[in-house]
Design a protein around this ligand. Structure first.
Ligand code: ZN
Length: 189
């Protein structure tokens, strides 16, 4: 369980990354941390890529339907502009952002903000996904979540694509992907 660092003395920012496969609960964990920050009367802003329009333009919606209001943005630079004056910046589906996102998060943290980034660490090919690897290198705190392999019941780290569509930006429809462990990802057709 992740414990938020205490904020004592001079305000210092930092970066947290929540990563893992699809269905590992990343968005739920992001929402949990943001709700706790709100309870602490911190100013919270949440951003997601405008490409992620699965359910609702204005909300982060996790698979268990616990939702929190968010702002869709076209580029990571917009987060820099819109994130001014807040205490905690949440970023969901961060794998879909451009390569400037790590730099943007660095600047926000330097300005004293707590930056919480959630995203897929690997695409369905098992490759590092977008800006997430660089963010993992920069982050003070990393949480890797696991789903459950639907083939064998062990911890799942991979997102196996069942659909034929080869687009990397096929978004998280439950029937297009399934979580698999390393072994089943490579050995089960
Ligand atoms: Zn398995």
């Amino acid at each position: 369980m992740f414990i938020e660092p205490s904020l004592t003395g001079a305000r210092r920012g930092w970066i947290e990354v929540i990563c893992g496969s699809m269905f590992s609960g990343k968005t739920e964990e992001l929402i949990r941390r943001l709700r706790r920050a709100r309870i602490a009367n911190l100013r919270v802003e949440i951003f997601k890529p405008a490409i992620d329009v699965r359910y609702d333009e204005q909300q982060i919606v996790s698979h268990d339907a616990s939702a929190i209001m968010s702002t869709p943005v076209d580029s990571s630079q917009q987060i820099l502009l819109l994130g001014q004056g807040v205490d905690v910046v949440g970023i969901d589906e961060a794998q879909f952002f451009d390569a400037e996102l790590p730099n943007v998060c660095d600047q926000l943290a330097l300005a004293g903000m707590r930056v919480i980034v959630a995203g897929l660490d690997m695409n369905y090919l098992g490759e590092p996904f977008g800006p997430i690897p660089a963010l993992l290198a920069q982050a003070e705190y990393i949480t890797k979540l696991h789903a459950i392999c639907v083939q064998c019941g062990n911890l799942a780290t991979h997102s196996f694509r069942k659909a034929a569509d080869s687009s990397l930006v096929l978004l998280g429809e439950k029937d297009a992907y399934e979580p698999r462990c390393r072994y089943c990802y490579h050995s089960v057709p």
